[in-house]
Ligand binder design. Structure first.
Ligand code: ZN
Length: 335
């Protein structure tokens, strides 16, 4: 249903990738070379993009968009901490699953006779609980209630998608461009849908991949373009609605997401990089239309470890999004 329109892939071991025409802002049209002094990262540096920059994003737009990027980084901050990108040294990571000296520890036995150890950390709004079930240790780490403006975060993703559009598509996205430049827009969107998935939590791959997928059949009842950003252990997806190419679709998004998204990459910058494939989890669908502060989407981090097999896994527990009940859940892998 979709084919790759453009893909920018960068990571450790690759060089800097420069996008766009130098000193011509694709967002506001600015052509004054003195307004292109900053290095504009196409994808947020704080999410782990050290490689892809836009030569066609002026300093004014860069300053404006930093508000959007800050919101996006806040929204996924806790995942970054677990994913290993935020904070370079091991010591600066949050100590997920460890109990501090100020914590309370209680030994409990539940109705089924399972032993339970409960600990609580006070101070930052998060807590850690440990539980044994047969031979599996589960650590539940509630997340401090950090807030972000969802619409800004959504605009950060839209800006990245717009930055990747080939010239032939720009004319289809005039309204998107205007909307991006209007920081406090008054558009009324009931839903701005973001699909969030992840891979290798706890061991984030050093890469940043932006992909535009375009529907192969213009008459298909699906959005014209999808944008996927795979960065560190995260993958975001949005549909990029054009000015008029979705006029035959219902106005509310239809849950058009790609499941089983895979990125082929090399593991390291050494002399013999080993190729491997990253596979992303089933996406969680979020609504980022709100213009006011909301809690970030992850409610809890779960860490399971089997003492018998020593297998371990991270899981994210997302907050309830009641609006989702009426929306579809189509899944189409490009091809
Ligand atoms: Zn500009």
């Amino acid at each position: 249903m979709y084919e790759v329109l453009r893909q920018i892939k960068a990571g450790v071991g690759g060089g800097i990738i420069k996008l766009g025409e130098r000193h011509v802002c694709r967002f506001c049209g600015n052509t004054d070379p003195r307004r292109f002094r900053q290095r504009a990262h196409t994808f947020p540096e704080a999410l782990g993009n050290h490689w892809v920059i836009s030569r066609d994003e002026c300093d004014d737009c860069n300053a404006k968009f930093s508000k959007y990027e800050d919101a996006l980084v806040k929204a996924v901050g806790i995942i970054l901490t677990v994913g290993g990108e935020k904070g370079k040294g091991h010591s600066s990571r949050r100590q997920t699953g460890r109990t501090g000296s100020a914590s309370t520890v209680r030994h409990l036995r539940d109705a089924d006779g399972n032993r339970r150890i409960s600990t609580r950390l006070r101070g930052d709004g998060s807590s850690v609980r440990l539980a044994w079930q047969r031979d599996v240790l589960t650590i539940r780490h509630s997340v401090a209630p950090e807030k972000f403006v969802p619409r800004y975060a959504y605009k950060a993703l839209t800006k990245m998608a717009y930055a990747l559009l080939p010239d032939e598509e720009l004319a289809n996205y005039g309204q998107t461009r205007t909307w991006l430049l209007d920081v406090n827009d008054s558009e009324d969107f009931p839903v701005l849908e973001v699909a969030l998935s992840f891979t290798l939590l706890g061991n984030a791959p050093p890469l940043a991949v932006g992909t535009l997928l375009r529907r192969s059949d213009p008459l298909a009842p699906i959005p014209h373009i999808l944008f996927l950003l795979s960065i560190g252990s995260l993958c975001f997806q949005i549909d990029l609605r054009s000015d008029h190419l979705e006029d035959h679709l219902p106005p509310i998004p239809i849950g058009q997401t790609v499941e089983g998204w895979r990125i082929g990459c090399a593991t390291n910058s050494g002399p013999q990089p080993e190729p491997y494939v990253l596979t992303y989890s089933k996406p969680s669908i979020l609504n980022w239309s709100s213009k006011t502060l909301r809690l970030q989407p992850v409610e809890e981090l779960l860490f399971h470890k089997s003492m018998r097999t020593t297998a371990a896994e991270f899981k994210l527990v997302m907050r309830d999004e009641p609006w989702l009940e009426d929306s579809g859940d189509d899944a189409d892998v490009p091809g």
